[in-house]
Design a protein around this ligand. Structure first.
Ligand SMILES: Cc1ncc(COP(=O)(O)O)c(C=O)c1O
Length: 393
């Protein structure tokens, strides 16, 4: 097994800049099937890591889908549609049916994006709820189960020869009167919609705060996030390192070894791309370039980045299952990365790993928050990797 670790010397304790308010949470509460996802106390994982407490925000079932991504997709679609309608046309609404009626002047309209799986599926689901079309561009090496799940939401799926980043380029050309590009990736001139995607993720983070308050327990000392293009990491940085809270936890970002675009960018001090193939089993993290709009936040909010190969993710899936949590490859990646870092995986990297552990200050008392950001999105592979320990729902 191998692990690369990097301490981010540009990290600051308190981030300035906007903090997402509770408007996305108020919006999500009006969607059909909204429920707060569980915050699971997992003593078995705390033992495995040698820390005091592990809390898992379990996003394996969110608004009818097996990942948290619909939080960003739905909020960004909503904000973008609001802008396309004449001012005030949305008015007050209580149900999605009411919202759907008000969109009539915009039809026919497709929402469009490129995806590694979850964002596109979420977008297609939201389009279905709102009576809009969906056109989703996917890289050719995407697992058939993930492609079928997107098509199963009623989307047109376009397979692009090449990587996720090439699919992003193709999708961008669809913007127009009949096409609304809602990407979680951002590039020069395309920044507002991806910034709404980041805002949308805040719902999950406010839910954590509210639940900790109900339980009367302190917040985490360490927050572990999975990193693809970095939108989720930016949301977490903004939330946990904003001026709003008095005790700021450390943040650890986890990427696949062959798609460690944020680690490499932090090392260089600017956005860089890493060449493909990006073929980790942690499919949601197979991204070759950080999001432009996420970068200023995450590059100062994440304290340590690690890049791991696939084996820690497999091991973490099994550990999660033993704690009663259905966790897919990307879902378990955060736990896998932290496990590898704490046990000091690669012989050639011991100095870097020691420094990374020191920067995070993890000890036997630490309270760690991890995200099961994805359930069994590829159920056959889940069964092969985890066996009968836990059945995907
Ligand atoms: C389940 C899941 N978790 C985490 C991520 C990473 O999020 P981001 O690309 O914003 O870094 C993704 C990305 O698609 C994902 O699907």
């Amino acid at each position: 097994m191998s692990i690369t670790a990097l301490v981010n010397t540009d990290a600051v304790e308190i981030l300035d800049g906007p903090v997402s308010d509770r408007s996305p949470l108020r919006f999500h509460r009006r969607l059909p099937g909204y429920e707060e996802t569980p915050l699971v106390d997992a003593p078995g994982l705390a033992d495995a890591l040698g820390v005091g407490k592990v809390l898992v925000k379990d996003e394996s079932s969110r608004l009818g889908l097996p990942a948290f991504k619909i939080l960003g997709a739905s909020w960004a679609v909503y904000r973008a549609l609001e802008e396309r309608l004449p001012e005030g046309e949305f008015g007050d609404w209580e149900t999605v049916e009411e919202l759907k009626e008000r969109l009539e002047p915009l039809r026919p309209l497709d929402v469009v994006a490129a995806t590694d799986g979850n964002h596109g599926r979420a977008l297609a689901h939201v389009a279905g709820l709102l009576g809009l079309g969906a056109k989703i561009f996917v890289p050719e090496d995407m697992a058939a189960a993930r492609r079928e799940a997107i098509a199963g939401e009623g989307a047109e799926v376009v397979v692009v020869g090449g990587t996720y980043d090439e699919a992003v380029e193709r999708s961008a050309a669809e913007e127009g009167e009949r096409g609304l590009v809602v990407s979680d990736m951002s590039w020069p001139g395309y920044e507002r919609i991806p910034s709404w995607v980041i805002e949308g993720y805040s719902t999950m983070l406010w839910e954590i705060d509210d639940e900790l308050e109900r339980r009367g327990v302190a917040g985490p000392d360490l927050v572990v996030v999975q990193v693809g293009v970095g939108a989720f990491a930016a949301a977490a940085s903004r939330h946990f390192r904003g001026p709003r809270i008095s005790r700021h936890p450390k943040l650890l970002g986890v990427e696949p070894a062959n798609a460690a675009c944020v680690l490499r960018s932090v090392e260089e001090g600017r956005i860089v791309s890493v060449p493909g193939p990006h073929d980790s089993i942690m499919a949601g993290l197979n991204c070759g370039q950080p999001s432009l709009v996420a970068w200023p936040t995450l590059s100062r909010g994440i304290d340590v980045l690690v890049a791991v190969d696939d084996e820690p993710a497999r091991e973490a899936m099994r550990l999660m299952a033993a704690s009663g949590i259905v966790s897919g490859e990307t879902g378990a990646a955060g736990l896998g990365g932290l496990l590898e870092l704490l046990r000091g995986g690669s012989p050639g990297q011991q100095q870097e790993q020691r420094e990374a552990r020191r920067a995070l200050g993890v000890n036997r008392e630490s309270r760690v928050l991890i995200f099961n950001c994805e359930g069994a999105t590829d159920p056959d592979r889940y069964r092969r990797l985890v066996g009968g320990a836990q059945s995907p729902t």
